[in-house]
Design a binder for this molecule. Sequence first.
Ligand code: PAF
Length: 280
Amino acid sequence: MILFKSGAELAFHLQKKHASGSRIGFVPTMGALHDGHLSLVRQSRSQCSLTVSSIFINPTQFNDPRDFQKYPVTLEKDIYLLEKAGVGALFLPEVEDLYPGGLQDLEKYDLGRLETLLEGKYRPGHFQGVCQAVRRLLDRVRPDDLFMGQKDYQQCLVVRRLLDLMSSSTVLHTCPILREADGLAMSSRNMRLSESERKKAPLIYQSLVQIKTGWQEGRPAGSVLEQARDLMSSEGLRVDYVEIARAADLAPWHEGDEGMAVALVAASLGEVRLIDNMLL
Ligand code: PAF
């Protein structure tokens, strides 16, 4: 695995690889890796001849400065895991490399309603920041395929939109959520949970399962969602939202809508905010 600190050197290396026929898969991350990230690497390796990954804790996507400061950093372990997983090139940019003009006055992307719904409502500016980082990473890597996790469902839709806005030919693959044995979706933030919070965290998954069961039994969405909210709240989870939305664009689901639906949850335990979702 070759490590790159400079975006220009990475781009030069990958242009040569492209020219010699390599199919490049890209797995962008913010580090603190878990098996969910490694499953994206496995997926990329099964489809591409060269897998590139990046570790960059992107300052512009944190609407809460405390969340940024407390974001877990496990760089040495991450490098070891990515090398073992078969990543060919790892990009470790500094902020100055990705944001040479600084962090102010950045281009604004038209994300439509995705920007203000659900996560967008609770984390203003977050998806603009995600687009800033992903755009700058894509400009340097120019991958054929991009692998991202379904756990960040709304982020996947935002990145799909970004690729459209960029008229990019990169293909986005949304890969399944990996879960711990008790159902908790794997997340870098899980390592910040205390022992007692960790015991309660699977209630998010249990609520989603309950919603799916109710949905399949044809129960009204309102009562199914209320029951799920009660289940989480009764154990002290602070629920930002628990919603059923159209899977295609996350617009609120209405009786009579057709197509696939998705249930989405965001809830906090202590200082840790977790998100999860399930296709219905
Ligand atoms: O999902 C993440 O880890 C980040 O949002 C991403 C896509 C690497 C952009 O910073």
